[in-house]
Design a protein around this ligand. Sequence first.
Ligand SMILES: [Zn+2]
Length: 95
Amino acid sequence: MVFFFFVSHLLLLLRDSKMVLCFCGNVVVVRTSWTSRNPGHRFYTCPKMGSRCGFLGWVDPPMCQRSTVIIPGLLRTMNRYEVEVGQLKMCLLAS
Ligand SMILES: [Zn+2]
């Protein structure tokens, strides 16, 4: 718990200076989560892909419950329409 508080406090201090370091000592990158639990939620993470650093800090405040239901639904609808548009384009090119 103390460790979590320390990391959170450190993140707040470093976020204002626009320089957040991971446990490896590298400047973190900001990525966006597309999991069903945190859709569209940005987070800080280690810049090394596949690293065991384990650093994670949320950029955005916690999401409301409703957005965790609505955003995945919108993404599914958008993906379905993109597939449909692709199929229609193929039909037009074939005709
Ligand atoms: Zn790291």
